[in-house]
Design a binder for this molecule. Sequence first.
Ligand code: FAD
Length: 471
Amino acid sequence: MCPERQVYLLDPQSLPPETIAVTFAKTSRSPQSFRDIAAELTAEKSAAFHEKWVVGYGHASVAEHAVLHIAVENASRLAIETLESCRLASYTEKSTRYQKWGSEDFFHPPELAGHPLENRYLETCRTLFEHYQQALPKVREVIASEYPCQPDEDEATWERRIRSKYVDVCRFYLPAAALANVGVTINARALEHTLRKMLSHPLEEVRALGTEIKNVARSVVPTLVKYADAVPYLQALPPFLAQEAEGTPIASDDWCHLIAWDAEAETLALAACLFRYSHLTFEQARKKVAALTVEEKTALVQRILGNLDRFTPPIRELEHIGYTFEVTLDQGGYFELKRHRMMTLSPQPLSTYLGYTIPRAIEAAGLYDSYNRVMEMADQTYRALAVWNPEVAAYVVPNAFRRRALIRLNFRQAWHLIALRSAANAHFSLRRLAQRMAERIQAVTPLLGQFLLVNPDETWQQIEARYFLRA
Ligand SMILES: Cc1cc2nc3c(=O)[nH]c(=O)nc-3n(C[C@H](O)[C@H](O)[C@H](O)COP(=O)(O)OP(=O)(O)OC[C@H]3O[C@@H](n4cnc5c(N)ncnc54)[C@H](O)[C@@H]3O)c2cc1C
């Protein structure tokens, strides 16, 4: 008789993560049930298994079955960038859109202890935070008059409705030293990779945070992250490449430049869709698509993309075509953009060299002059510090300053990012970017691009004019 199907959970309350990982790994060679395998294991046997198979023979994927939930509090947003650089993990952090920062909620880098510029750093951060706090009620007034309380709305509901709108503007003051909390769910393999990056990092804070994470992780996965250490390759290559790339920083001609896309992208994507559900060679599928009339192609794309809502992603075959963008946006916006994991993101170091943006509401709140003064102050402090240590200098850079990044993403990820970030509840920096990316994608792949779920109620030009004095 056919054995009965079984589905059950391995209980993380009673089985440590390393034991769960071994239980799953052993099914590869053992005919026993998972329950029986787990019953025979101890923490010591699990550790010995991992030493032999994961560490010794490099069967590293086994470590993916050991999952940790790590709470990190009061790390700088600059350090969080490295922590969040792993694409195979999940993060939720303190939001600059929904929470407010206190006047001393910023990181004091140990590298600066006793340094002649230490006081200047502290003074600049304190000034930025003071201005942030003074701006909150003033910008709130502007937003409150723009979005008045409705007759059917109580005070608390209205406050919730306008809160993110004025906090969204004031976040431009916050420097990368601002402290945040982040919850991380990550498997032991991805964690080991992240720790290697953190322990190889030029900033002391990132290395110390890496060490602390490693220590707490070892209490539940004693073997799997034991050997995570600094990697000489990761330590040596960035400074070497930085030296090779030395040159004067200039602004890009286009803040959202579509640099490259696949030739014959649409034929390729449609052929991939047919290929997946057929027994054709790819060349046969490609020829089939190439022979279709425009109307037939449109009808095919309509079936593939035409009836989706933003919660139903298109089929995976849309990943076979991609786009490379060079984008420049404010650091606050970049910090949100980097959370999209299904793309390749290469940010340049955070600096003040590309200048800063000015939200329109800052001027409306009567803060134009003081905003410029404090941004100039941050710029000067950054430049003074950067001569000595550009990594440490980055702590002082406010969210208003521009950051440039290279992005490679496939159509499916672009579809998701544009739907999510052009939506009315997204931050205006991201809405502007999503609209412009959509426009570029539509220009080179119009057949597919017409089905992007881009918010039809505004354009990037309207967003720019409405929210930015200087974008
Ligand atoms: C309105 C709004 C409010 C937000 N507020 C906060 C906040 O307060 N704090 C905060 O930290 N972040 C916040 N975010 C960011 C959000 O949590 C996501 O990190 C971000 O939008 C990236 O998008 P994504 O997770 O959909 O997927 P991406 O990383 O862009 O990945 C694309 C798709 O791949 C799949 N995917 C990727 N990784 C995984 C995974 N590990 N497991 C399962 N599926 C995966 C999902 O289907 C996902 O939609 C907010 C976002 C929005 C839109």
